[in-house]
Ligand binder design. Structure first.
Ligand code: SIN
Ligand code: CO
Length: 377
């Protein structure tokens, strides 16, 4: 069980979206949740997003996984990066638990870097809030002020920048945490072979909200209505878009944008969509209704797939959003939404009389057959 060794509320008030900081011993007696060998094993998997970055003699090189093997892993100037490792490894998933104090819709993933001495990805700027937790080994981190920086080594895809003057320059040791808000340049350089864990949060952009809602409107046939004006009049300047026409078209657009019900469902769907592949555990063969209920009755523990986003809106206990999908919870079964959203596992004891509810049984079958919940081994 990982627990913060500092006051997270104080940290948020003074640093979140404001300024970078190092929290020495943010985790006391930190133990790595994964070994370098296990991490390298993840990079062999097709579904797992991995990169290998080297910088021998100042030449940056990036290769993308899946990799065949790591027999010749360089002893220096190299870094293996695994994205969304929390989706694939229970120990790593448990390291994300203390960070659940922040809303899940903001959370992106937990990325792990295995870095050899002098390994890193070079100076760069992220548009993410990131907590970098140092595991085994030591790395020196430099963080600069926000500002305008020139791009460098563009062809590597590393989005590097040229040099910056640090406002933080510290060596991180096991259990230390570096927090960096979006826009602050930073660079990690490895001193002793290291595992570090980047817990990333991504705030949506205005333009992403707009284009996401536009897609939702099109996919759901909202606003499939043409401008209609049976009272049109002649105008002397036919190049002119009249103020009245502008107002009428703007009103059409705003009618769509002010559709609160549509916006709520779209936001729930969009924010519950993970940006990284999930380790879905589809039953094979699929469960039948009778089998599933019988196994639950016999005491089976159902576990939620790591990294699955299960969201709901405040004061809307009958609308559940799972991985981009809106699911209507039957009237009177608000407790079922809470079980699915707020628990990592559940059993017949949690369900109580709900297990007899026909609509709930149908829903359970759908969720298990989609691989979102699976029997705990
Ligand atoms: C690294 O650990 O070198 C990359 C993590 C980051 O800078 O976001
Ligand atoms: Co970064």
């Amino acid at each position: 069980m990982y627990q913060f060794n500092f006051d997270f509320d104080d940290f948020l008030a003074t640093h979140w979206h404001q300024k970078p900081t190092v929290i020495k011993k943010g985790f006391n007696l930190f133990k790595d949740p994964i070994s370098p060998d296990e991490l390298a094993g993840l990079a062999l998997e097709e579904e797992i997003d991995s990169r290998f970055v080297t910088n021998k003699e100042g030449t940056w090189n990036v290769t993308h996984g899946p990799f065949e093997d790591f027999k010749d892993f360089p002893e220096t100037h190299a870094q293996l990066i695994i994205q969304a490792a929390n989706h694939w490894h229970p120990g790593v998933a448990s390291l994300s638990v203390p960070f659940k104090k922040l809303p899940d819709w903001l959370f992106d993933d937990l990325m792990i870097c295995l870095s050899m001495p002098h390994g890193g990805v070079g100076p760069h700027i992220d548009q993410y809030d990131v907590f970098i937790v140092q595991g085994m080994g030591k790395r020196r981190w430099r963080v600069g002020p926000m500002g305008e920086y020139k791009d460098a080594n563009h062809d590597t895809g590393l989005r590097q920048i040229e040099k910056f003057d640090p406002i933080i320059d510290e060596v991180l040791e096991p259990g230390d945490i570096l927090y960096i808000p979006p826009g602050f340049p930073h660079e990690g350089n490895t001193i002793e072979t290291s595992l570090s864990y980047s817990i990333g949060y991504r705030s949506p952009k205005e333009q992403e909200l707009l284009s996401g809602f536009a897609d939702f409107a099109v996919n759901n046939d909202l606003g499939d209505t043409h401008y209609h004006n049976p009272k049109i009049k002649t105008q002397t300047q036919n190049s002119m878009i009249s103020s009245a026409d502008y107002q009428a078209l703007n009103k059409m657009l705003m009618r769509l944008l002010n559709n609160e019900n549509a916006k709520r469902h779209w936001l729930g769907e969009q924010l519950s969509q993970s940006r990284h592949e999930l380790n879905l555990m589809e039953a094979d063969p699929l469960w039948t209704q009778e089998e599933l209920i019988q196994f639950i009755q016999e005491g089976m523990i159902l576990e939620k797939v790591y990294g699955l986003k299960t969201l709901y809106h405040e004061n809307e206990p009958l609308d559940l959003y799972i991985h981009g999908e809106h699911i209507h919870i039957p009237e009177g079964a608000e407790k079922f939404l809470k079980i699915l959203c707020c628990q990592e596992t559940f059993t017949k004891k949690d369900l109580g009389p709900l297990i007899k509810n026909k609509a709930i049984k149908v829903l359970l079958l759908k969720l298990c057959n989609q691989g979102y919940w699976y029997p705990q081994a």
